[in-house]
Design a protein around this ligand. Structure first.
Ligand code: NDP
Length: 444
């Protein structure tokens, strides 16, 4: 049996009931097969893959808090410190009822490769809780965040592990978490990123994932004699990533005709009015169905179905496995030429393979959404230097990073004989750096 197959079997056997983690490992190992086969003896001797698929540490803890009715609530909290070969752990905290160890391990594993691709010195981690911030008062969210940090603080630090936001964790939550960290430790340091601008946050961090997605999409299109201007685009989700992706697309002359939330999607053939979406999502924290009240010519449809709308470009920016094989086929049949993933693993494995095999330009999440973590690392740099860069400085660095990620993924795909396969390219380029660092540091 090949080394890759052996490791995958081991992962399944040793981590039962972790379907998302199995899926992420399988996709990565499959596309690393060429590199691993070429270096099998060296990697086996170093137990490299056995170590690569095992988190360095998984911390799990209880998070008790009191709700507005005086009742005690208890959630599960986690931090997965996956790989620190190339730098301190870095990766977001997710607050969503679906959060479990499997999802956080898949995210931490992917994060390791993504962080490597950015070219910055950051290892991979991820964390969160099954707490659902939806419908909670500010006081309840604060009580939860303070309790979560009262346990988490002992495992993190500016030079050890630096969490950030993710689904359900925006500026409000990061602020509450940071306040509690500072109170407990007495340290004012860059331990969390995505902070408010008055206490160490970086300009352009809020926009970074969405903007970065469009910068790399633009780069990929240019290399295939295409451009963003004039294209019709679908963007799923209506959270942080989706909103700023739409903003940059519109600046570059694209027309975004649909967005969604977990209840349904809106279709506005005149082009989405982003100020309406921002008011609904960022100010009122309401449902996307409200859009049609402000724009009566738009149509709201309950449930899934956004990928059935004809488009040139599709950008899944909501959540994992939101785009399946059937959706992929529909996109192709309707003339879609490019897909770039703003979310983490939004396309199922079958959909990903379909895109790659059917000549749809496809940029996987670990390359396409790396702008968020890259700018988080820039926030850490500014905190360490006790400096703040301008929006333009950060944005220019972000753009450079995304252009470089494209180049690395394209180059690795070319070197291993699969030109244009950015799934393989991103995995290989990310892995090569981590593997070398792990071997260089001995058996740890
Ligand atoms: P947000 O919480 O801000 O937004 C998530 C959006 O996706 C919401 O509109 C949400 O709708 C929607 N959504 C969630 N589940 C579903 C579903 N099953 N079907 C349809 N829509 C759904 O999160 P972010 O924008 O920050 O993150 C989105 C994705 O991008 C995640 O995969 C995240 O890991 C990834 N990512 C985020 C980064 C960042 O910097 N924020 C960096 C890199 C990756 P609703 O409001 O109804 O829940």
């Amino acid at each position: 049996m090949s080394y890759v197959d052996e490791i995958y079997e081991r992962v399944v056997a040793q981590n039962p009931n972790e379907a998302e983690f199995h899926q992420a490992v399988k996709e990565v190992l499959d596309s690393l097969k060429l590199v691993i086969d070429a270096n099998e003896e060296k990697y086996r001797k170093a137990g490299l893959l056995e170590r690569f698929v095992e988190p360095e540490r998984v911390v799990s803890f209880r998070v008790p808090w009191v709700d507005d009715n005086g009742n005690v609530q208890v959630n599960k909290g986690y931090r997965v410190q996956f790989n620190s070969a190339i730098g301190p752990y870095k990766g977001g905290l997710r607050l969503h009822p679906s959060v479990n160890q499997s999802i956080l391990k898949f995210l931490g594993f992917e994060q390791t490769l993504k962080n490597s691709l950015t070219g910055l010195p950051i290892g991979g981690g991820k964390g969160g809780s099954n707490f659902d911030p939806k419908g909670k008062s500010d006081r309840e969210v604060m009580a939860f965040c303070q309790s979560f940090m009262t346990e988490l603080y002992r495992h993190i630090g500016a030079d050890t592990d630096c969490p950030a936001g993710d689904i359900g964790v925006g500026a409000r939550e990061v602020g509450f978490l940071y306040g509690q960290y500072k109170r407990i430790t007495g340290r004012y340091e860059g331990v969390l990123t995505g902070k408010g601008l008055t206490f160490g946050g970086s300009l352009a961090r809020t926009e970074a994932t969405g903007y970065g997605l469009i910068y790399i999409l633009d780069e990929m299109l240019k290399h295939h004699n295409q451009q963003i201007e004039g294209k019709t685009v679908l963007v799923s989700g209506s959270g942080n990533v989706a909103i700023y992706a739409v903003q940059k697309l519109q600046q570059l002359g694209a027309k975004v005709v649909a967005m969604c939330d977990s209840n349904g999607y809106i279709y506005d053939k005149e082009g989405i009015k982003l100020d309406v979406i921002r008011d609904i999502k960022e100010v009122r924290r309401a449902r996307i169905s409200e859009y049609v009240k402000a724009v009566p010519t738009a149509v709201y449809t309950e449930g899934k179905g956004i990928w059935s709308i004809p488009c040139d470009i599709a950008l899944p920016c909501a959540t994992q496995n939101e785009l399946n094989l059937e959706d992929a086929k529909m996109l192709k049949a309707n003339g879609c030429i490019a897909v770039a993933e703003g979310a983490n693993m939004p396309s199922t494995r079958e959909a990903t393979d379909y895109f790659v095999e059917n000549n749809i330009l496809f940029m996987p999440g670990k390359a396409a959404n790396a702008g968020g973590v890259a700018t988080s690392a820039l926030e850490q740099s500014q905190n360490s230097m006790r400096m703040s860069w301008t929006f333009e400085e950060v944005d220019a660095k972000l753009k450079d990073i995304m252009v470089n990620i494209y180049a690395k993924a394209a180059d690795a795909a070319q070197r291993y004989g699969v030109p244009g396969n950015y799934v393989a390219g991103a995995n290989i380029a990310g892995f090569e750096k981590v593997a070398e660092a792990m071997i260089g540091q001995g058996i740890v």
